[in-house]
Each structure stands twice: as C-alpha cells, then as structure tokens.
Design a binder for this molecule. Structure first.
Ligand SMILES: *[C@@H]1O[C@H](CO)[C@@H](O)[C@H](O)[C@H]1NC(C)=O
Ligand SMILES: *[C@@H]1O[C@H](CO)[C@@H](O)[C@H](O)[C@H]1NC(C)=O
Length: 544
C-alpha cells in the first residue's frame, strides 16, 4: 500500500508539465513525448500536429504556407494543451538556427545522430496530407524580375500578400520516380515534400551571399555537452558556419523519408509518436532498413541528383517571387539560379548522401588523446583493412558500438599503455607492446563509422606504414564469417570514394589487409579472402 502511494506520487510529479519541461533533455524521446501528449489529449488534431508545432515556433513563412497543406489557421491553434513549459520546450526545439558556435533546434536521436526538428516536422506535415506536385505560376517562370517590374508598374505587390495560391497539379505520392520536368529546361512545378524539407534550404545555402562570391555550402557536425542528458550542441567549426549542418540534413532527410512513407501508407496512419519511435528505434513497417541509421542510403533512393537539382531550382524560383526582398536572391537571373541548383544538388549528393555517416570522437565519448599527435601529409595512397577480433560480436546499435569504442580505448590506454584506440592482434600474431595500434576509423554494424584518429592525424594501426595509409577496422571477429553487406560497402566503396573526392586519398590508392604488412591473422581469414577480390586490392610489392 505504501509502495503504491509512493508510485502515485512519483507519477504525479512526472506528469507535471513544469517538471517534465525542466528535466527534458534535448533528445528525440522528448519530441516524441510532446507529440504523444497532443495526440493523447486531442486526437482530433492528429493530422495537424506537426503544422501546429511548426507554427508555435516562428510564424511560418509564405513559402511554407504555400507548400505545407493542412496547416491550421491561427484561430485553430491549441498549443495551450501542452502547458506553458512543454510549449516553451517545443518552441525552442522547433526553431533551427546556428550562431555563436552552437546549433539550436536539434535533438540527439537513439541512433547517435543529431537531428534538426524543423525540417522533420515539415516533412511529416506534408506526408500526412499527401506529397503533391505544386505548379509554379506561369508568370514566375518566364523572367521573374520582369514580372515583378510589371507588377510594380501596375501598382501590384506580389509578396507577402500574393493572391495566387500555388495550384496543386497532381498526386505524386504513388510513384515518386515520375517527378515533374526532370528533363525539361525550367521547372514548372515543385514537389512539396522535397521543397519544404531539403530543396529550399539547399538552394539558399549555395547562393552567393550579398557582397561575396563564396556560398556557405554544407555545414559542420558538432558535439553534445553530455550524451546521457544532452542540453547544448556545439559546432565543430564555428567560423560563420552554414545552416546546412549535418543535423539539419539528417532532419531534412528524415522528414522527406517519413513524409514519403506517410504519403504512401495506408490511412488512417498510426500516431506519429509511434512512427517516430519505430523509425528511430526498431525500423518502420517491419522493414529493418527503413530506419534513421540508413537515412542516407534510403535518401538516395528517394530522388536522383538531376531531379533534386530541378527541385532546388524550382524552390529558388518560388522564393524569388514569394520573398522578392530576399537579400541573396535580388537580381539573380534564371541561368544563375539553375547553376546554383545544379551545384547544390551535386555537393549534397556527392559529399553527403553518398558518403558514410561518421560520428566524431566526442559522440562516442572518447577520452582525450594522450601524447602528441602528428599530422598526416595528405593525400595518402593506402587503406589498410583490419578487424577488431575483440570485441568479437558485431555491434548493431549506437549504444553498443559506442560502448565498444570506449572499452577498446580504455583497454588500450589503461591496460596496454597505448596512446589511443587500436586493435588487438590476431591469434597468431604475438606482437610486442610497442606495436601501438590506432585506427583512423572503426566501422560498426549499425550503419555508422566511428572516428578514431580521423583523416588528419597519424594513426598507429599498421606498423611501419602509419604515415602511408589510413587504418579502417570493422568491429567483430571475421575469421570465419563476413561483416554485414553494409559495412563491407562502406569500406570498399563509400569511405574511399569520399576520401578521394575530399583529397585525402590518392586517385591510385590501394586496399590491403593488415596481414600483408605485419605478422598477424588480421583482418581474419574470411574477411581477408573477401577483400582480395576487391578491384582496389593490391599485392604488396616485395622489396628487391
Ligand atoms: C538590382 O538591380 C537594380 C536595377 O538593375 C539595382 O538598382 C539594384 O541596386 C540591384 N540590387 C542589388 C542588390 O544588386
Ligand atoms: C574468432 O573466430 C574464430 C572462428 O570462429 C574462433 O575460433 C575464435 O575463437 C574467435 N575468437 C574470438 C575472440 O571470439
């Protein structure tokens, strides 16, 4: 009886909005909690929940208003049901911005990635009401500034009181491959889902700023103050960073993927709180690959680089007309907009979508490096493949992979007296302690790559060769079995391709197994046999 009493008091405290808001960490679970509360207390609001939250941030702009369907009118706003504190938390979560070295409006997801909430909600809102092609009014397409001048002459102002409402020209939820005008010259419509999540933000980030010719482009990743109770997110590069951060792109991709999923899925939908719990946890719709960990692979299936370029161009055309005073867009010609869009789609595809997601050291809570690191002289000519041997079990979740990383680092630093994370020798290799092993990168089976020494610092993974190549280790014992297909693809294709593009690897780079250079069984018989079939695999030239 006493026990029950205590439990009720505890529950009571937990359910106080004030208590929750004060204690809610910036974690995806908090977003899910906010959604769940609205869904539970006002089921009738279900289709408008994301729009409702978006409006609670800043007044949504004209662009969003035109492209997000089903957004409630201000009179319908019922955010008070969240209570003042939870509402304040929602508002702070929803406004994405970067400034003073920090990024706001982002949360830590269970997969270890950081996600911007605003583009995620925009994608969900579109998904609930159907992904549509929205026609760009004809006069916008011809020559935007002329149209504007003509309107001005007639004493008309286009924005923000544009009388035109974008026309819905079709349901594209069933076959996203039939995107409008992929091959036409000038876009005649935009896909509302891609426009509100990704395309507009991409276009703006790649516009040359006023008075400068260099666009900001893709932005940095960052570090949480505390992984267990995240409150602030500091960017890894703070010199006027682009708002198109890794977290923003994660949120935009999640918004686009979940919006597409909702748009195709059977109705009525499950509550959003359930869908997000699955997507960030166990996989949506019974598909283990459809989850946040694999957002880049799934995003690549959602649209092609060419189709995305058209969407970015279309979005820029729309902003130019809807927000004529936009400082970056004044006086840009059609041809310039098309060029910006092409560049944005190319960078996004080649430097983000088709690259592995690398979690920086701070995100697996690495202990600081001991000793004095030396810089690599890039580009390098080799990629050395390792397995960790121990831990022998492939890690399939962020919490497990990050724990493996920490335990390897602890073992190597404390037990072995090494500087940093390395790998353990194979059964045959009886290596002396001075053979310090520090990997450049470690690949998990959770879809992520974990940063060890990274691209710029000399590792100690392959004795006698640490200045010549990067060491990449896959967590697990691959003596008798192979790593997951996704991990193999990362080491064979995506990681080297992106390193090549970034100038970290030489165009003629070679892949080798650790055992080719050092007396060891690493990377395990099975994995070694497999990598010896790769096109970039190279025999070691014997010294004459
Ligand atoms: C845009 O063009 C107009 C007329 O050609 C000019 O007066 C104005 O200064 C230009 N604005 C910018 C920001 O370049
Ligand atoms: C690694 O795998 C091999 C082959 O299955 C096995 O004999 C060995 O004991 C394993 N080592 C560890 C540390 O799990």
């Amino acid at each position: 009886m006493l026990l029950w009493g205590c439990l009720f008091i505890m529950l009571d405290v937990l359910l106080q909005p004030e208590f929750r808001a004060a204690s809610l960490p910036l974690h995806m679970d908090s977003v899910i909690q906010i959604l769940a509360q609205i869904e539970q207390e006002a089921p009738i609001l279900h289709p408008t929940v994301p729009g409702l939250l978006l409006m609670s941030g800043s007044p949504i702009d004209f662009f969003q208003h035109q492209l997000l369907s089903g957004v409630p009118s201000p009179a319908e706003l019922q955010l008070d049901l969240l209570g003042p504190e939870l509402r304040a938390l929602a508002i702070s979560l929803i406004q994405h911005r970067v400034g003073s070295g920090q990024e706001h409006g982002v949360v830590l997801a269970p997969d270890g990635s950081t996600v911007a909430v605003e583009p995620l909600l925009a994608g969900l809102q579109v998904g609930l009401h159907g992904r549509r092609a929205m026609a760009i009014p004809l006069e916008f397409r011809s020559s935007p500034s002329e149209v504007r001048d003509a309107h001005k002459e007639k004493g008309l102002t286009l924005a923000p009181q544009v009388s035109t409402t974008l026309q819905d020209v079709g349901d594209i939820s069933l076959d996203p491959t039939i995107l409008p005008d992929v091959h036409a010259n000038s876009p005649t419509s935009v896909d509302n889902l891609l426009a509100v999540t990704l395309a507009r933000a991409l276009g703006i980030a790649f516009l040359p700023g006023p008075g400068t010719h260099t666009p900001k482009g893709l932005g940095p990743d960052g570090c949480w103050d505390e992984i267990s109770a995240p409150k602030t997110f500091s960017l890894l590069s703070s010199e006027s960073p682009s708002a198109l951060t890794v977290a923003f792109l994660n949120g935009a991709l999640d918004g686009a993927l979940l919006g597409d999923y909702l748009s195709r899925g059977p109705k009525p939908h499950s509550p959003l709180s359930h869908i997000l719990t699955q997507y960030y946890g166990a996989g949506v719709g019974g598909d283990p690959q459809f989850r946040s960990n694999f957002r880049r692979d799934n995003g690549a299936k959602l649209t092609s680089q060419e189709a995305l370029a058209q969407q970015v161009w279309g979005s820029l055309l729309l902003i130019q007309e809807l927000e004529p005073s936009h400082p970056h867009l004044v006086n840009l010609s059609q041809a310039q907009l098309a060029e910006v869009a092409t560049q944005a789609a190319k960078e996004f595809t080649e430097a983000f979508l088709e690259c592995p997601a690398i979690l920086p050291r701070c995100r697996w809570e690495a202990a600081p490096y001991r000793g004095s690191p030396r810089m690599l002289n890039l580009p390098l000519g080799f990629l050395y493949v390792h397995h960790t041997y121990e831990p022998h079990k492939p890690c399939t979740s962020f919490s497990q992979c990050a724990a493996d990383m920490r335990s390897m680092q602890r073992f190597h630093q404390d037990t072995r007296g090494w500087d940093d994370i390395g790998y353990r020798w194979g059964s045959r290799g009886n290596l002396p302690l001075y053979d310090i092993q520090k990997q450049s990168f470690v690949v998990g089976t959770d879809g992520y790559v974990y940063e060890g020494r990274g691209w710029h610092w000399v590792g100690a993974h392959t004795r006698g060769h640490n200045f010549l190549g990067f060491g990449v280790s896959i967590i697990g014992n691959y003596t008798a079995t192979l790593p997951a297909a996704h991990s193999l693809k990362t080491v064979r294709d995506t990681l080297p391709r992106c390193a090549l593009r970034a100038g970290h690897l030489r165009p003629d780079y070679t892949v080798q197994g650790h055992r080719q250079l050092v007396h060891t069984d690493c990377p395990g018989d099975a994995l070694y046999r497999h990598i010896s079939t790769w096109p970039r695999f190279g025999e070691v030239k014997k010294k004459a």
